[in-house]
Design a protein around this ligand. Structure first.
Ligand code: FES
Length: 176
């Protein structure tokens, strides 16, 4: 059983490297395009593993420390696994005053995220708090992937999550 899980992990790592290779090819292995390359690779998985950063460094002929340095410099890059769906809840002043904390509680409860974690066990969701999203008039605001939800109430959370999951299930059954 454990060996099967290890095999699956190894297969996933290989497929991530194949995807990174496709991005590198697309950018013609141009080391001056390091940031867009990292962005394109991250767009596929929502995060960048150390193995992927080393692979990219090697393919571009750059020192791994340089690639790692760029990935840690920009807040946009994540070196920690993130879920398939990313929920960004604003905790800027306007949203905080309008109750973002109780929305966060509702998200954790609905998604069953354990204390001290920010992702669900199945990595379907990651919840992050962010500072002002620039839509204070709609406070409290949260972004579900790229979708903006304004004037959110804790009681809205189950519906928002269920609808998102239903949409994704429908899309994947249409693709299959
Ligand atoms: S404080 Fe939340 S959008 Fe500005």
């Amino acid at each position: 059983m454990e060996a099967t899980a290890t095999m699956r992990e190894a297969e996933k790592a290989v497929s991530r490297m194949e995807d990174a290779e496709a991005v590198l090819r697309e950018y013609n292995y141009d080391k001056t395009k390091l940031v867009p390359i990292l962005q394109a690779v991250q767009a596929r998985y929502n995060w960048l593993s150390k193995e992927l950063l080393s692979y990219i460094a090697c393919a571009l002929g750059l020192p791994p420390a340089r690639v790692y340095g760029v990935a840690t410099f920009y807040a946009h890059f994540s070196l920690k696994p993130k879920g398939k769906n990313i929920i960004r809840l604003c905790d800027g002043t306007a949203c905080h005053v309008k109750g973002s904390t109780s929305i966060l509680d509702a998200l954790y409860e609905k998604l069953n995220i354990k204390p001290d974690r920010d992702s669900t066990d199945d990595m379907m969701f990651t919840v992050e708090t962010v500072s002002c999203l620039g839509a204070c008039g709609l406070a409290p605001v949260m972004l579900v992937n790229d979708e903006v939800h304004g004037q959110v109430k804790p009681s809205d959370i189950p519906k928002i999550i269920d609808e998102l999951l239903a949409r994704q299930a429908k899309n994947s059954s249409e693709v299959a």
